[in-house]
Design a binder for this molecule. Structure first.
Ligand code: ZN
Ligand code: ZN
Length: 304
C-alpha cells in the first residue's frame, strides 16, 4: 500500500460501521445519571429511598468530576504497547496503589459526610474513612477486579464512587479510534466487565448494541444476540418482568447459565445503563428465582 489516502473508518465498502467505542465524558455522564436516579426514585414503589440515596452519591461524583483539573493522560508508549499486544491501555491491576486514586477517594469520603444516608451506609462510610492504607488498597483492588465480597457490600459502595470517577477520567483522555477489540464482553479501555448493554442508534445506524463498562464507563460495540459472558450465540433467549414491549430485558445464555440486562434505548432514550440497571431490580429477583447467575457487574446492585 503506497496510497496516503486513508479510507473513512466508519464507511467500509459503502456500509456504515458502528464505531468500536465511545469514551466517557465525566463532566456530563454523572450529572445525567444522577438526574435519572432522581427520576426513577420518584416512580418506584419499593426502591424509592435507595434510588434517591444513589442519586445523591452520583450527584457527588458529578460535582467532583466538574471541579477537578484534567487528569494526567497515560504515557503514549504504554498505550502503543497495549495496542500492539491487543490489551486494554488502562492497566487496572496497577491502579490499586495509584496516589491520584487515593487522593480522590479521600475527597469522596470527606464530601460524602454531608449526604443524607441510611444508618448502615453511615457506619460503612465511617469505617472506610477510618480504614488504614492496607484496607483501602484491598477495597480498591476488589473494585478494580469487578468483585465485591458479599459480607462487605456497603464499604465498597463508597470506594466504587472514587474508582468510577478516576477510571472514567483516565478513559476520557484516550483516543477511541486507537482502541482495539479485546474479546466479547470485555471493555477495550480498561478490560472491565459490562454492567448492561443497550440497543441504540448511532448516526444512521439503527439497532446497534453497546455495552457499558461498570468501571471506566466506556461504551463499546458488541454483536447482538451474543452472550457477554462466554461469547456464545447458540442458546440465547430473552426474559422480562413486564409482558409486552419491555425496554429492560434479561439476555440469558443457556450455554454458560449467565444473563446480562439489555436496555432498548432506541425505544426509550432516557434509559441510563447504570441507573436503570438498579431501577429494574425486579428483573434480578425474577432471574434469581430461576437460579441463573447475573453476569453484569454493578457495585450499586451488590448484595441484592
Ligand atoms: Zn472500562
Ligand atoms: Zn454464555
Amino acid at each position: 500500500m503506497t496510497s496516503t489516502v486513508q479510507p473513512d473508518p466508519t464507511v467500509i465498502g459503502g456500509v456504515p460501521q458502528a464505531p468500536l467505542a465511545f469514551l466517557p465524558n465525566p463532566a456530563r455522564l454523572f450529572g445525567t445519571r444522577a438526574r435519572r436516579f432522581e427520576f426513577l426514585s420518584q416512580h418506584s414503589e419499593n426502591l424509592g429511598p435507595y434510588l434517591e440515596f444513589l442519586g445523591r452519591l452520583v450527584a457527588l461524583q458529578d460535582r467532583i468530576a466538574r471541579d477537578l483539573p484534567q487528569v494526567t493522560p497515560l504515557p503514549r508508549d504504554r498505550i502503543e504497547l497495549a495496542r500492539e499486544s491487543r490489551m486494554p491501555p488502562i492497566d487496572r491491576a496497577k491502579l490499586a496503589t495509584d496516589p491520584d486514586l487515593h487522593i480522590l477517594l479521600d475527597r469522596v469520603l470527606s464530601e460524602a459526610q454531608s449526604i443524607e444516608m441510611p444508618e448502615e451506609a453511615r457506619l460503612a462510610l465511617s469505617a472506610v474513612t477510618a480504614a488504614g492504607v492496607a484496607d483501602r488498597h484491598w477495597l480498591v483492588e476488589n473494585l478494580l477486579a469487578d468483585q465485591i465480597p458479599e459480607d462487605s457490600v456497603a464499604p465498597h459502595l463508597f470506594v466504587a464512587l472514587a474508582v468510577q470517577l478516576h477510571l472514567s477520567r483516565l478513559a476520557a483522555t484516550l483516543d477511541a479510534d486507537a482502541l482495539v477489540p479485546i474479546r466479547t464482553g470485555v471493555c477495550p479501555s480498561c478490560g472491565g466487565r459490562p454492567a448492561t448493554s443497550s440497543i441504540t442508534t448511532v448516526g444512521q445506524l439503527e439497532g446497534v448494541r453497546y455495552a457499558t463498562c461498570a468501571c471506566c464507563q466506556t461504551r463499546w460495540n458488541e454483536v447482538r444476540v451474543t452472550c457477554l459472558c462466554c461469547g456464545s450465540n447458540e442458546e440465547i433467549s430473552y426474559r422480562s418482568v413486564e409482558t409486552a414491549e419491555a425496554t429492560v430485558r434479561a439476555e440469558e445464555c443457556a450455554k454458560c447459565d449467565h444473563w446480562v440486562k439489555i436496555l432498548t434505548q432506541s425505544s426509550n432514550p432516557s434509559l441510563e445503563p447504570i441507573a436503570d440497571d438498579v431501577g429494574s431490580l425486579g428483573l434480578d429477583l425474577l432471574m434469581k428465582d430461576k437460579g441463573i447467575a447475573r453476569g453484569g457487574f454493578n457495585p450499586f446492585l451488590a448484595g441484592f
